[in-house]
Design a protein. Structure first.
Length: 318
């Protein structure tokens, strides 16, 4: 029996191409399909740069890079991409009508034992899998961008996703080196975007109320809270911030948080004047045409951070 594991990447924009690197690096044969002419070629050329960056960051050996590259294959049709696939990762645009139509085809064309995974950031899986005969093997496997560099991935089942599918999905993404958040049931924003929404909403409120500038919000995170959060979550931070651990922390500081919550600022319109201010602040620091260059910088910083985290895991421990 063939040992080959085939992954079909359906939709090869930003997220699809990063998943392609992730699966190929993990030893999978990866077929790339995108209905828009030229996108797969553009993805493969971007992937060459991503693989080279991984080597330059000492996150991948040069021979492993060549092997991974040889496992990345363009597919001329959806049928060709899905033939024999054990995993399908859908990365089409975030529009319900596109997902619904595409998922009918995925369910019809993929082998019955294949796991069907969507990268959707915010559409509940029940909204595009409800009428599929094979809906028990469908779920959301939501990464943060870019998935070949960010370990955390959340698995969000629809009410009818089988336990077997969830366990298989967990096994596969852990096998690629990811850490997993397994949601007990579907909920808007899943876990990571709910956390992010709470924080970003407060950032908008503080800027809209004139308490601080957009740049100072970045300082508070980049040079403050996120330094600890990149190796310990908020509960561990609390656990270590009081001599008696998390319960002691809550006893000591609950009133602080209660008064913050009681003095909630009004909800701003994210698209209102506050956005003009935030955009102005950003454009002073980065011209719009420099964004692609800065995205590559972000990925290099992420790779350096990953490298650092791996090294200190070995020396200081997790
Ligand atoms: N960009 C992010 O930060 C991010 C993070 C996590 C998840 N996601 C999710 O990943 C998915 C893809 O987002 P992206 O940022 O890669 O978008 P993108 O616009 O970069 O890529 C989407 C790709 O889908 C292709 N496409 C269009 N119609 C299609 C169809 N019918 N079938 C298959 N492919 C089709 C497009 O040609 C394009 O290449 C979305 O659901 C998004 O919510 C995005």
């Amino acid at each position: 029996m063939s040992e080959e594991r085939i992954c079909a990447i359906v939709g090869c924009g930003l997220i699809g191409r990063a998943w392609a690197v992730d699966f190929a690096r993990g030893g999978w044969t990866v077929r790339l399909f995108d209905p828009v002419a030229g996108v797969v070629d553009a993805a493969l050329s971007a992937i060459d740069g991503m693989l080279s960056d991984l080597v330059a960051s000492r996150l991948l050996e040069a021979p492993a890079k060549d092997e991974a590259r040889s496992r990345l294959l363009p597919a001329s049709s959806l049928e060709a991409a899905l033939a024999g696939a054990a995993w399908v990762q859908e990365n089409a645009p975030e529009r319900l009508e596109i997902k619904r139509e595409l998922w009918r085809a995925l369910d019809r064309l993929a082998p019955p034992e294949a796991v069907l995974a969507s990268s959707t950031s915010a559409i509940l899986p029940s909204r595009f899998t409800d009428d599929l005969p094979g809906r028990a093997r469908a779920l959301v496997v939501h990464p943060l961008n870019p998935p070949h560099l960010v370990p955390a991935v959340e698995l969000c089942p629809a009410p009818w996703t089988s336990l077997e599918t969830i366990l298989r999905a967990e096994e596969v993404v852990r096998g690629l080196g990811h850490s997993v958040i397994r949601l007990a049931r579907e909920i808007d924003g899943f876990v990571m975007n709910r956390l992010q929404a709470a924080l970003v909403e407060e950032a908008f409120k503080l800027v809209a109320a004139g308490i601080c500038t957009a740049e100072e919000i970045d300082i508070a995170l980049r040079d403050g809270l996120a330094l600890r959060w990149c190796f310990a979550g908020p509960f561990e931070v609390g656990d270590l911030n009081a001599p008696g651990g998390i319960r002691d922390y809550v006893v000591r500081y609950r009133d602080v948080f209660e008064s913050v919550l009681a003095s909630a600022l009004p909800r701003p319109d994210w698209t209102g004047p506050v956005l003009d201010e935030i955009e102005h602040s950003r454009r002073l620091r980065l011209l719009a045409e420099e964004i692609p260059h800065r995205q590559r910088w972000r990925d290099r910083r992420l790779m350096a951070l990953l490298r650092h985290k791996r090294e200190v895991s070995e020396t200081i421990g997790d």
